[in-house]
Ligand binder design. Structure first.
Ligand SMILES: *Cc1c(COP(=O)(O)O)cnc(C)c1O
Length: 416
């Protein structure tokens, strides 16, 4: 349990909210694909005195005095990131995955330049060119999609888009595409039109770090990552690149688009990367995928349609339109919330409802796998999810699933 007597005394309102949040995490089953639980060691690093330090610049070349320990921490984070991803250069300062993407765009593109990326309703990310995001406002965006029948990316069609649109940068990577990207193919497509290739691995950072998924590093000019999804290094972003672009990238982050680095967060990244270098983490990442496969099988057995028919990753994307035409993604999210199961509604390819309603749910396994869940528990959870979606008003079902959730949460605590 994370206790802080100082906080309790100084600010009881914030203390109470933190404790309530801790309880919420402990007492519900979190299946949001982008969330995880960091170790106590990462929490300590993030809650450390490093938050007091200004360290504009990079290790060995700072604009402030007294940076020797900040240098040690940042260099550890950099060295471990390079080792994990076999990269020539790592910038660990981006405050988030979105800032990492911004760093690459600002380094390599001018306003009005062209970006080719995956459509948001097919699983892309806001920072890949959505019109409500800076990326869609500053750049000329063209998007590729998935084949409506197979749910897979059609690389022939990506190549055609590239030939017609002549992009300056092609983005691979997604927030809700359950299959691995063919980075080599995207790299060829980008090279053929003289465009850079940015592989945004935000969701699969941990799977790639563990070697469970293919590392795009040799097939991309830039790799951007988040540090809080499938890898447990606390909230933040990361950019990996070759020596060729290292200076441009570093300048683009500081002073280009950020001020002082969040040294406490960088300490969290260093610790989380160290944890990810262990054999235990490789086992964890394998289990994350095995658990998602079990969810896919369980949902399919109950007749739910899955985008692309299954998953290679840490989540499944269930399209409810065929099996439960009257249940929207937001209905399902709400029914499950009521029994202590947290998922998120998600658009599906060919979406017919608004992004606030949606026809699908994204169900992810990183958090529960951190708690110790294996295939048998995931199967039980998968059955329970379908039961609730099918019988949202049935008091017996609600009570049964609620007590199942209580039992599992007690059996698999997050923090002792
Ligand atoms: C989560 C995500 C990001 C980063 O998100 P932040 O919330 O800004 O850290 C970037 N790209 C993709 C594809 C993502 O899924």
């Amino acid at each position: 349990m994370v206790r802080s007597n100082h906080l309790e005394e100084t600010d009881p309102a914030v203390y109470a909210a933190v404790q309530d949040e801790r309880r919420r995490q402990e007492e519900s089953l979190g299946l949001i694909a982008s969330e995880n639980h960091v170790s106590e060691a990462v929490l300590e690093a993030q809650g450390s005195v490093l938050t007091n330090k200004y360290a504009e610049g990079y290790p060995g070349s700072r604009y402030y005095g007294g940076c020797e320990h900040a240098d040690t921490v940042e260099q550890l984070a950099i060295d471990r990131a390079k080792e994990l991803f076999d990269a020539e250069h790592a910038n660990v300062q981006p405050h988030s995955g979105t800032q990492a993407n911004m760093g690459v765009y600002f380094a390599m593109l001018d306003p009005g330049d062209r970006i080719l990326s995956l459509d948001l309703t097919h699983g892309g990310h806001l920072s890949h060119g959505h019109d409500v995001n800076f990326s869609g406002q500053l750049y000329d965006i063209e998007q590729y999609g998935v084949d409506p029948d197979s749910g897979y990316i059609n690389y022939e069609s990506v190549a055609e888009h590239a030939t017609e649109f002549d992009p300056d940068l092609v983005v691979s990577g997604a927030s809700a595409y359950p299959r691995e990207f063919d980075y080599e193919r995207i790299h060829e497509i980008a090279s053929d039109v003289d465009a850079y290739h940015l592989a945004d691995i935000a969701h699969v950072t941990g799977l790639i770090a563990a070697g469970v998924h293919t590392n795009p590093i040799s097939n991309a000019d830039f790799v951007t990552a988040s540090t809080h999804k499938t890898i447990r290094a606390g909230r933040g972003g990361l950019i990996l690149t070759s020596d060729e672009f290292s200076e441009q990238i570093d300048k683009s982050i500081f002073p280009g688009s950020q001020g002082g680095p969040l040294m406490h967060n960088i300490a969290g990244k260093a610790v989380g990367f160290q944890e990810a270098l262990t054999p235990e983490f490789t086992e964890y990442a394998k289990q994350v995928v095995a658990n998602a496969e079990t969810l896919a099988t369980t949902f399919s057995e109950h007749g739910l349609s899955l985008v692309s028919g299954g998953t290679d990753k840490h989540y499944v994307l269930a399209d409810l339109r065929d099996s439960h035409p009257n249940v929207t993604g937001s209905d399902a999210e709400e029914y499950l919330q009521n029994v202590g199961i947290t998922v998120n509604k998600n658009t599906v390819p060919g979406e017919t409802r608004s992004p606030f309603t949606t026809s699908g749910i994204r169900v992810g396994t990183p958090s529960l796998t951190t708690r110790g869940f294996t295939q048998s528990e995931m199967e039980t959870v998968g059955h329970a999810i379908v039961d609730v979606i099918e019988h949202p008003e049935d008091q017996d079902v609600i009570e049964d699933v609620s007590s199942l959730v209580d039992r599992l949460c007690e059996e698999y605590p997050i923090y002792d």
